[in-house]
Design a protein around this ligand. Structure first.
Ligand SMILES: Cc1cc2nc3c(=O)[nH]c(=O)nc-3n(C[C@H](O)[C@H](O)[C@H](O)COP(=O)(O)O)c2cc1C
Length: 197
């Protein structure tokens, strides 16, 4: 049921490196999301890379090294290391989400009247894909979270992922076996967020 799936997905910040569903099922999920989630003008500006094993570990090492060089080892160990190691690197895989800017540029050239909208729509389409993958991983029994360690070592991450240098890294979704049930967060009352006329 969609309502149950929506309600059960939360951010998981404690992960174990275990395939709670087969890796092939996760690949199938990601492919299905790419084949079904809508995009403006059916433009399909999203690409995903599934990192597992050494590639997953190497990705979080790149992020860790970048954070250490920015924050210094001491501040990193005090503030951030536990999260990187126990919530992200400790998972079984990471989904990388990329945007292909040439798709948006092509749409802007073809439909100048909507030029200002296309970059916004590309971001919205990222969100649709990210939510769908997140919910799908949750339904398979994984815990996951949405991360944005971007703008630090994007070139290295793209080289690791083997993708075109022109793609733009949008988000990372580390996942694995959840260590605990995640609590739902407080939401605004519907009286503030929803109007029926
Ligand atoms: C667009 C977007 C960006 C987010 N960025 C981050 C992030 O960089 N790091 C993080 O830990 N969580 C991030 N989150 C997770 C939200 O904080 C979280 O989904 C929200 O507080 C609701 O909690 P829940 O996921 O447990 O239901 C992001 C969520 C969204 C939708």
């Amino acid at each position: 049921m969609l309502k149950d799936a929506l309600a059960h997905r939360h951010s998981h910040y404690g992960l174990r490196p275990e395939w709670v569903a087969p890796r092939e099922t996760v690949e199938d999920l990601i492919g299905h999301v790419l084949q079904t989630v809508p995009s403006a003008f059916n433009s399909q500006p999203v690409r995903m890379v599934l990192l597992t094993g050494e590639a997953h570990t190497a990705h979080w090492k790149l992020v860790e090294d970048a954070l250490i060089s920015i924050m210094g080892q001491e501040a990193y160990e005090a503030n951030t290391a536990a999260k990187i190691r126990q919530a992200f690197a400790s998972g079984i895989g990471t989904v990388l989400f990329f945007d292909v800017p040439s798709v948006t540029e092509g749409l802007q050239a073809s439909f100048p009247a909507y030029a200002a909208n296309f970059p916004l729509w590309a971001q919205q389409v990222q969100g649709s894909h990210q939510h769908a993958v997140w919910m799908g991983l949750d339904m398979l029994g994984f815990g996951a979270s949405l991360q944005h360690y971007i703008g630090m070592v994007d070139s290295d991450i793209k080289a690791l992922a083997g993708v075109d240098a022109s793609w733009v890294l949008s988000a990372q979704m580390p996942f694995g076996a959840p260590l605990a049930e995640a609590e739902g967060k407080e939401k605004l009352p519907l009286s503030e967020t929803f109007i029926v006329k």
